[in-house]
Design a protein around this ligand. Structure first.
Ligand code: FE
Ligand code: FE
Ligand code: ZN
Length: 275
């Protein structure tokens, strides 16, 4: 059985997300740990967390894939803003300890003209600090489209971050829209792209997938998500993904431009494609 889910609103708490996921045929989900475009975090509710953990176990969910705020840029140029972003990361990982054993995915960051090497070094500093307390969470670096000064559009950049931090609690979340836009041809050569991933990073570090079609052509470096089957990846690309022996075991999160009913439909389509 595939682990499929989508982004859910966290406003009603963790248990409510589990129930919502079940109502749309999902058995994993993603949520923002705080306001995705700000930095405000919700009030912590240990009782709700305990209930959610029990419900997740009961329903045999796959690992959840929380998402850090888009505004959290660990390699922004201004030191004060960078320290703030690092504190947000530290606090997010601490909060994830109340949903132990799950994933926390985030965008590595944009170096805003400082250069890739400087950006990577700054991301490593932040991650080392945030991983220090050893909370029971694995951090996932998201593959990016390589828009502007974004870090993570190349597998080599993610590998450099992982090497720089040197922790086994860092993995990768592969976003199908992003890698396609970045110039990895998963439509015509999924196996070739995964072989490249294995050569550069190692497939054992691939932990989760973001399942999105793309509004833009291959290698456009754009990053705009489209509904499954309605963009430049097409339905057949996703058939290969959900039937791939390595990928089919991973939590797959939809981030398509959708409401709950649309997500339910996409989850059903993907489940039907499993052979
Ligand atoms: Fe993302
Ligand atoms: Fe994504
Ligand atoms: Zn995206």
């Amino acid at each position: 059985m595939l682990y499929l889910g989508c982004h859910l609103s966290a406003s009603g708490g963790n248990l409510e997300m589990v129930r919502t996921a079940q109502s749309i045929g999902a058995n994993t989900f993603a949520f923002f740990t705080r306001n995705p475009r700000g930095s405000q975090a919700r009030k912590e509710d240990p009782v709700d967390c305990e209930k959610a953990v029990a419900a997740l176990r009961e329903a045999e969910f796959g690992k959840l894939v929380a998402h850090g705020a888009y505004t959290m840029n660990l390699c922004t140029a201004e030191p004060g803003a960078r320290a703030f972003a690092t504190n947000v990361l530290c606090d997010d990982l601490r909060r994830m300890a109340s949903l132990p054993g799950n994933y926390y995915n985030f965008h590595p960051g944009s170096h805003v003209g400082q250069g890739t090497d400087t950006g990577i070094a700054q991301i490593c500093d932040a991650l080392k600090k945030a991983l220090e307390p050893n909370y029971p969470v694995t951090v996932l670096l998201e593959t990016m489209a390589g828009k502007g000064s974004e870090i993570g559009g190349k597998f080599e950049e993610l590998k450099a971050i992982m090497d720089g931090v040197g922790s086994d609690r860092i993995g990768v979340c592969l976003d199908t829209c992003h890698v396609h836009d970045a110039g990895y041809d998963i439509v015509n050569d999924l196996d070739g792209v995964l072989a490249e991933f294995d050569r550069v990073i190692g497939l054992n570090r691939l932990c989760a997938l973001h399942i999105n079609d793309s509004k833009n052509p291959y290698a456009s470096h754009k990053d705009r998500h489209e509904l499954i089957g309605e963009g430049s990846l097409g339905l057949e690309a996703f058939r290969k993904v959900v039937n791939h022996p390595v990928l089919k075991k991973l939590p797959m999160i939809l981030e398509t431009p959708n409401e709950l009913t649309g997500y339910a439909k996409e989850i059903a389509i993907l489940r039907q494609m499993e052979e």
